[in-house]
Design a protein around this ligand. Sequence first.
Ligand code: ZN
Length: 416
Amino acid sequence: MDLDLASPPQPLRFAADEGGLPPRELGRYDGAAPGPTLVAVGALHGNEPAGPAAIRAVLARLERERLPLAGRFLGFVGNRRALAAGMRYLGRDLNRHWSQESLRAVLAGGRSASPEDRELAELADAFVPWLAAASAPVVFVDLHSTSAAGAPFVCMADVLRNRPIAFALPVPVLLGIEEAIDGSMMGYLAELGHVAIAVEGGQHDDPETARRLEAALWLALVGAGSLAPEALPDLAEQAERLARAAAGLPEVLEVRHRHPVHPADDFRMRPGFANFAPVARGAPLADDARGEIRAPESGRLLMPLYQRQGEDGFFLARPVAPFWLRLSARLRRWRAERWLAALPGVARDPGDPDRLIVDPRIARFQAVNLFHLLGYRRVRDRGGRLLFSRRRPGFRGLEPLPPELGPRTSGESDEG
Ligand SMILES: [Zn+2]
């Protein structure tokens, strides 16, 4: 452990391993008492060095102060090759393509079209022992930063088991990002039945971003039960660092719109937008080869793209009243979703009992909202119909990685 890295350095410089790359595993810290396994991942996007800096700071302090951890804490670098190059990615975005099919292909060594296929295979390899040994959900915290400035926030798939960790952080919780982008690592791990949140700390090069991400890790460790609150004398200051940065913002938001960007679009975000900027419907936000891009609805702007690489121009989100989260928790515990298939225009997919097919012409209620409330995720549209998939641990049919990589818990879960 390199103790010089106890306070977040910036920009981050790694001692390169034999391949001239930062190490895959940043370190691990084993507690004497049994407890959860918390895995932190930084720099899944290579131009986001604040995540690895935060992980190193946490590891260094755990070691230095011999903090009484229950379970273990592990830190990994996401995209080593892109981190070394200071690029978001070299061939393709590593925070996409997390699926059974991709993992099967890259782990079999049958696919190496881009450097990210190797990264994906190596990262999955690094996770496998911990996933395979898990008797309870592993807690994944995926650390990110944004090209725009602005307040930190946390993203999660809205399964009940994610909520205690996500809400342990006094920052806005953004729902639905894993529906808006396909194949995120967080979405995949959550579908395997683990706990997975992503934390956005702030602007890539702002030194405060690494400190916020470090604070998020301490709070996640306490939220997961790995650290007792009294074991961390500065817990209140860590929370305050995040709370101060997110003061006045909604507690919970849901993604309503994603503006996809293709390389040929010549997408240019208009200057001056920060995360959570309120925008009105029709406001000009960006320009591309086809002309002006206006906000399709009012809301909060998130992750406006101020860098060359990236497939998401911006997101629009709107606040969700916390009441709805409490209601949905109750409905899921009652297993109210059992009645969904009885609604007109809703049918169970004969090939997958966790999937419902909705005919929007018949199901005239607010289908998406109702299904979200009951723990379903919108998968894709097929022939004018909506497909919703129930999020649950131990997803059936995830071969060959799961089910052995899902947590070995018994029976039905709390689900969502
Ligand atoms: Zn990122």
